[in-house]
Design a protein. Structure first.
Length: 239
């Protein structure tokens, strides 16, 4: 069998809604007793590159191509990120905008705000630096209402350690798993929580590849794993 042929692989596992590394290993070992885990791992790696499999957790996959969620920063947000990277080269931070939520939200806000999620020890320094250069810079702790009441603001929040973030040019942006958890539990996103949060989550899971393990690890870091898991249970069960 051609182990790199997409049709062949999809035929093998067409009845599996979720495929584990052990499923793949046991299948090939059934007619090749000498096959090793390293060979299987390389095959899985190649299948992901070819769009045959997509990773949805640690050692867990689905058939099909990975559907990535891509953030495109506005010029202003990109400049803010570049300034921070230059002035604070050794701190961990990520940058994103509330407008990205509109990609999967049925409820659309008229405002757009920039979020700077930064490690706790550097938060005050970053706020002071930004206030020297921009108006409408806020510490998240000082925001009494949700983000719908702010427009074109820069909101500085605490970056939880080991947050799922990804590189965007020379700065970092949040992974979709981080955005989902934040929308569900952070008070500043009340406008989304009050307006069909389940529809937002359904749209995310239908349109993008979600790493459930990564999502739950992050919610655990925020001390909200059970709360997030309860809300996402229907979609997690499908995985």
């Amino acid at each position: 069998m051609d182990t790199d042929n997409k049709a062949n692989i999809m035929d093998l596992f067409i009845n599996n809604s979720v495929i584990s590394t052990d499923d793949i290993y046991n299948y090939f070992k059934s007619f090749d007793p000498n096959i090793n885990r390293t060979t299987i791992n390389w095959r899985i790696y190649n299948w992901i590159k070819k769009g045959i499999l997509k990773r949805i957790g640690r050692g867990v996959y689905e058939l099909g191509e990975t559907k990535r969620f891509n953030i495109v920063l506005s010029d202003k947000a990109n400049k803010v990120g570049v300034y921070l990277k230059k002035h604070f080269p050794y701190i961990d931070f990520c940058i994103w905008e509330s407008s990205v939520i509109n990609q999967f939200a049925h409820y659309l806000t008229n405002s757009n705000n920039i979020f700077i999620d930064v490690e706790a020890d550097a938060k005050e320094s970053v706020i002071l630096y930004l206030k020297e250069r921009y108006s409408s810079v806020y510490n998240i702790n000082d925001i009494r209402n949700n983000i719908e009441d702010y427009t074109n603001a820069i909101i500085v929040r605490r970056l939880v350690s080991a947050s799922p973030i990804e590189k965007y040019n020379d700065i970092f942006i949040p992974a979709i798993e981080k955005i989902v958890v934040d929308i569900i539990i952070d008070k500043e996103f009340l406008c989304y929580q009050n307006n069909n949060i389940n529809k937002i989550i359904e749209a995310v899971f239908n349109h993008f590849t979600i790493n459930v393990n990564k999502l739950l690890r992050y919610s655990s870091r925020k001390g909200k794993k059970d709360e997030v898991k309860d809300i996402l249970q229907l979609y997690i069960d499908k995985k």
